[in-house]
Design a binder for this molecule. Structure first.
Ligand code: ADP
Length: 481
């Protein structure tokens, strides 16, 4: 299979405004998941590079603070415009290193640009407040200031948007950062950094560390004491390790961790809309999203019809390399992801699940969209984050039963609810232990909304009015009247 040519991308580290190789010249390969072949080599940062990067960020704090809110907003607007102008080139890069269909990569570029637009406005609205102490003798002046140098760690599934969702509010708040992209998808972050640099960011405002040894490089940045904040998107397992490490420095943290999203279809749901929403919530990003519907919990009266319609739609999707016309399902990110998909399907079948579509052997990293019904409690795919195009269907009779099943997980990122009854919808929004709910909607991501989870799905919110607060500290001044 021959892939289109790789767009022009930087392959070295960006530290303090200079593009440079890793100390000692180490590099590591980046794969095209559709072909399994290397696209290019990028710099493999070690501890000395990591320390240089966080020092460069700390050194840039003054220059960034010297920009007025309007100047920071204008910088973010220029980045937004450049992303939109260069959609084709960036989308191809995302597809080549991550695998998703090009139409979805284009959508991701738009979504990422939205964050720069949203936080350009937010840069202008950083407020504070003023009050009088109850005695009437002291003025209390509350001000919000940049938290300081930030370490931003992103996953491979949305290589552009996850970086955008962190860098845009950091710049808006006046925080310099070190971006550490996932080792599977460093190229998009390098291109984003170049675009931010070309848009006029002060040197050192954004630094990029690509590395195949994340634990070492990240550990060095955290232990340096120079980073004041970590924003991490990735697995709950790694998130817990990083929280513990950050505790030693009493760092601020934002954690976007794993999910196990329930997709509840009530007996009064509009079936057409529910199937459409299910397809979106399950298949976006080849199922490799923390917001992906992980468990379908369907009213018994509708389950047969819902299952056969969903199976028909999922079975008709075109599985092909993301750059090919008509591709709707690209490859999984790596061999480990394919092995996990196969393991989860086998386990469900061993426990008596019925194949409605799919469940055929993978070809390379391409797996077939699969729907399984009659999935018994205790089956691994109900407890683990699937991260692939696999839809297990379970049923319920009473609403409380659906809520109990939905909440019966250590995660609480997003839930989906399909019903035509407004009161039921609001009741479910209230009783589901989750950070976000899609009500008759298979998509919740929006730059204007606070994205994030409860329980072991994370801490803090990204986007919305809440997003910038994660990058701000509070200083209050007591001023006698
Ligand atoms: P996933 O399972 O989606 O790959 P990970 O949590 O492993 O999620 O990875 C998310 C991000 O965390 C990536 O940028 C990865 O390089 C980084 N990462 C993985 N392990 C560690 C670690 N031990 N310390 C610091 N960062 C890590």
């Amino acid at each position: 299979m021959s892939a289109p040519a790789l767009p022009d991308v930087p392959t070295t580290l960006l530290i303090g405004g200079s593009w440079r190789p890793a100390a000692g010249g180490a590099t590591f390969p980046v794969d095209n998941p559709a072909t399994g072949q290397a696209l290019i080599e990028v710099a493999d940062a070690g501890v000395p590079d990591a320390l240089d990067a966080i020092r460069a960020a700390a050194d840039a704090q003054q220059a960034l603070a010297a920009l007025s809110p309007a100047q920071r907003a204008a910088l973010l607007r220029r980045v937004e415009a450049a992303l939109r102008d260069r959609t084709d080139e960036i989308a191809l890069l995302i597809t080549l290193e991550m695998g998703k269909p090009i139409a979805e990569s284009r959508g991701e570029v738009g979504y990422a640009a939205d964050f720069f637009g949203w936080f350009a406005d937010e840069a202008l609205r950083i407020g504070g407040d003023y009050r009088l102490a109850p005695t009437g003798l002291t003025r209390i002046l509350v001000q919000h200031k940049a938290v300081g140098p930030c370490l931003l760690i992103t996953p491979w599934n949305f290589p552009l948007a996850m970086g955008a969702r962190k860098i845009a509010p950091a710049i808006a708040a006046g925080c310099p950062s070190v971006l550490k992209p996932a080792e599977q998808t460093p190229l998009t972050s390098l291109l984003l950094a170049r675009i931010i640099e070309e848009s006029g960011a002060p040197p050192g405002a954004v630094n990029v560390l690509t590395t195949s040894r994340p634990a070492e490089a990240v550990g060095a940045v955290i232990d340096s004491g120079l980073a004041r904040k970590l924003s991490f998107t990735g697995s709950t397992e790694v998130g817990k390790l990083l929280l513990a490490r950050c505790a030693a420095q009493v760092m601020r943290t934002s954690m976007e961790l794993g999910g196990n999203a329930p997709f509840i279809v009530c007996a009064d749901a509009d079936l057409d809309e529910a199937v459409e929403g299910a397809l979106l919530a399950k298949m976006r990003n080849i199922g490799q999203a923390c917001t992906a519907a992980n468990r379908f919990i369907v009213a018994e009266s509708l389950a047969g019809e819902f299952t056969s319609r969903l199976a028909k739609r999922m079975g008709a999707l075109t599985v092909a390399a993301g750059w090919l016309d008509g591709s709707q399902v690209g490859p999984l990110i790596d061999d480990a992801a394919v092995e996990k998909f196969d393991r989860l399907v086998r386990d469900a079948l061993d426990r008596g699940a019925t194949v409605e579509t799919g469940a055929v052997p993978a070809i390379g990293r391409f797996v077939t969209p699969t729907v399984l019904s009659g999935v018994a409690p205790g089956t691994a795919l109900l407890d683990e984050e699937i991260f692939g195009p696999l839809a297990p269907i379970t049923t319920f009779r009473a609403e409380e039963e659906a809520v109990r099943a939905a909440n019966g997980t250590p995660y609480g990122l997003v839930s989906y609810v399909y019903t035509r009854d407004l009161r039921r919808a609001l009741r479910l929004v209230g009783s589901l232990a989750t950070g976000m709910v899609g009500v008759n909607s298979g998509v919740v991501s929006n730059a204007a909304a606070p994205f994030g989870g409860v329980k072991q799905s994370g801490l803090g919110r990204e986007g919305g009015f809440e997003g910038i607060a994660e990058y701000l500290d509070t200083t209050y001044a007591a001023i006698p009247v």
